[in-house]
Unconditional design. Sequence first.
Length: 322
Amino acid sequence: MLTRPNKSEQEIPPPQFADDAHEQMHAMEDDDKDVHPSVLNFSSLNRLEHVDDTKETKNVKTSAPEAKIENAPDSIVNDDGSLTISAAFVLSMLSGVPLETILACKIGIKERGLTFPWYNANKGGGAITVGKTIFMTENFFDRTGYYHYMKKDKETGLKKVENTSYGNDPIQWLYLLAHEVRHLTQAEAFGTDAVGIAKYLLKFTELYVTRFGHNAAPLEKTADEGQAVFQAVFVSGDFLNDDAAFLESVFKNPKMNDTDRLKQLELLFENPDFIKKIDEARANFAIKESKALKEEAAILDEAKQERDQRKTKVFINKETKQ
Ligand SMILES: [Zn+2]
């Protein structure tokens, strides 16, 4: 979750509290034990833990608004689920993942209970990448303010509503995707056929459950590179900076099309000072996560070998049948 300087002035639709939603909201109230991502602590950004709120969901009587791909920000996601060229461009520049890999992916909606432990959509949600699809939690496809929680302000102790309906929030989209796109290259190494996807998921399970825990797993640590670069160029102190405001204005301007956006973004990403910041952030990340980067390289090398052997076997089988 990212903090903007004047949160109250943002054009966030007011939360709509149906009677039952109130109950839900209270059930979701913050308490001190909670370790969801803090908006003030950028090192913990996207450290979205798996919240077991099955108890809480039992209290929810109102049904969530239907999540639709059309409710993602139009400037980020096309109606067929592919990413816009301007969004893919920014993500590629931040993460270092090739543009064509990002353009080949699809965005999907992550239903509750599907495959992996799911993220609490009220508290910001998350995503899981499977093959060439990045499944995002429902709150990324909602523009009504349905997803929110009560957050205690650290200084004043007062509670306020934190909106997590990100259907109108290209910045939150770009920030989460800056992490997820790295998983696309990892998945590619395993192969995006059924066997490859199965092996990729098993590897993640092995790394999470038996060795590291979610955020310490090497494939997760290295995926943070795009977000580390994002933070270095778009966050100053605790807040999104002027370049982030420019980024947001480009992605929120309804009068611009994909081509117009790309032109504007090129101006920013071709600025020598900006390029220097990106390069520095990437170099710092390489030092900080050198161990995880080495582990990732070894895991992906092995996966690629297996993938290519599998391809060869299929080829030989086909050959011998002829
Ligand atoms: Zn991840």
